[in-house]
Design a protein around this ligand. Structure first.
Ligand SMILES: NC(=O)c1ccc[n+]([C@@H]2O[C@H](COP(=O)([O-])OP(=O)(O)OC[C@H]3O[C@@H](n4cnc5c(N)ncnc54)[C@H](O)[C@@H]3O)[C@@H](O)[C@H]2O)c1
Ligand SMILES: [Zn+2]
Ligand SMILES: [Zn+2]
Length: 398
């Protein structure tokens, strides 16, 4: 057992996070016993665009929340009911918390487990409305239902060597991949990815892994577009006052795409002369405009049921102004929700271990210390073309 001290990243209200001493994890959540859980010493834990929605004050997240849902670590203690995961295992933690026993888990829908959050289906570590599980931007964390949830890496030394890639298996690599799979991306597809943040870049790399013929990434941050171009994507700069379909036609010869992936979510900005203003429905509306009839639309970008920072009353309740008739007329399929990470993480781990994909390079991983987490949040919020990975024990740096 390690020493019983712990430190973590705390949400202190809109625009502020700090690093504080927090409780060492127990095999429990309040009164709920978690003998099926393990304690992890965290090897890496990433900052996500999903955290930014909370830190920007765009959710009802309470002050004092320990943040962090993208966790990779080493098991240092197993609960009494853990059978197959062992002390010393190096593991990736899917950000979805799932019981493995309910109807949805049995159907592989681990993003909407029915037993881990009394308020609604689905849970995650360190996230508003997601069941109250303690976050993992910390030195140590508890992971429940460990036999079901954890993905064990085959070899410890190899895992440490490839950690900047493997750390992306807890969320954004499977999430980007899921966005593409649910958009029907396959060999020869023409794909549009909205957003060149880490999820958009992971989706773009996934589209290439799936055999897409042409991957076009749209954003309004030049540094992020340069990052997309660095691994072979076409890009469109949405600050330009040109219709998206015209910019796409300029690249492919056609104003429509086979597959569209929304990697932006509800904090979307307008395009052209509107690029400084928020328009929460703009990406969904351009999805219906740009996607061919019969095409599919993957929507990993997050939409909320409550947005205290929204500009109008409808959007405050998550109601958006969609031209849904257009999507209906084109027989579009829409796929929403949390990515069920477990559906993809093992295969994507193999793609990393056998050098079939350079995902850390695609999203431009930068490793930082726990004490630098507040600066990481600020730089990420400023639009840095980086995925910040916290190394809380200095093990990666060493
Ligand atoms: N479904 C899931 O399981 C899941 C998992 C992880 C993240 N997410 C969500 O995915 C989204 C992206 O995450 P991220 O970490 O890349 O966040 P991010 O904030 O870094 O990236 C979003 C990008 O979208 C760009 N953008 C804004 N308006 C746009 C528009 N109209 N068209 C194109 N681009 C536009 C922004 O400039 C930014 O670069 C977030 O909403 C996050 O919450 C969902
Ligand atoms: Zn995430
Ligand atoms: Zn379940």
């Amino acid at each position: 057992m390690a020493s019983a001290s712990n430190r973590g990243v705390i949400f202190q209200g809109a625009g502020k996070v700090t690093v504080e001493t927090i409780d060492f994890p127990k095999l429990a959540l309040g009164d709920r016993k978690c003998d099926h859980g393990v304690i992890l010493k965290i090897l890496t834990t990433n900052i996500c665009g999903s955290d930014q929605h909370m830190v920007r004050g765009r959710t009802t997240a309470p002050k004092g929340l320990v943040l962090g849902h993208e966790i990779t670590g080493q098991v240092i203690e197993c609960g009494r009911d853990v059978e197959f995961i062992c002390e010393g295992d190096v593991v990736s933690v899917p950000f979805n918390i799932a019981c493995g026993r309910c109807r949805n888990c049995k159907e592989g829908k681990t993003g909407i487990c029915l037993n881990v959050n009394p308020a609604r289906p689905g849970a995650a570590y360190g996230y508003v409305d997601m069941g109250g599980w303690v976050g993992g931007q910390a030195e140590y964390v508890m992971v429940p239902y460990a036999d079901f949830n954890l993905l064990k890496f085959p070899d410890r030394e190899q895992a440490v060597e490839k950690i900047t890639d493997l750390t992306l298996l807890s969320d954004i690599f499977p999430t980007g991949y899921h966005g593409c799979v649910t958009a029907g991306v396959g060999p020869g597809s023409i794909v549009y990815i909205a957003g060149a943040g880490p999820v958009g870049l992971a989706a773009a790399a996934s589209a290439r892994l799936l055999g897409a013929a042409c991957v076009i990434v749209g954003d309004m941050i030049p540094e992020r577009l340069r990052q997309a171009r660095s691994f072979g994507c076409e890009v469109v700069d949405l600050r330009m006052d040109v219709k998206l379909s015209d910019m796409v036609a300029e690249i492919t010869g056609s104003p429509e795409v086979d597959a569209f992936v929304d990697c932006v979510g509800f904090e979307a900005h307008g395009c052209g002369h509107d690029h400084g203003h928020e328009q929460p429905a703009t990406v969904l509306n351009s999805a219906m405009d740009l996607t061919r009839a019969g095409g599919e639309i993957g929507i990993p970008g997050l939409y909320v049921t409550e947005d205290p920072g929204a500009q109008d009353n409808a959007a405050k309740m998550g109601s958006l102004s969609l031209r849904f008739g257009l999507g209906w007329a084109k027989s579009h399929s829409f796929h929403t929700g949390q990515c069920p990470v477990m559906r993809y993480n093992r295969a994507l781990m193999q793609a990393i271990l056998f050098n079939r994909v350079e995902i850390a390079k695609a999203v431009n991983v930068q490793v930082i210390s726990l004490d630098d987490a507040p600066k990481g949040y600020a730089d990420f919020d400023g639009g840095a073309a980086k995925k910040f990975v916290i190394d809380p024990h200095g093990l990666v740096a060493a």
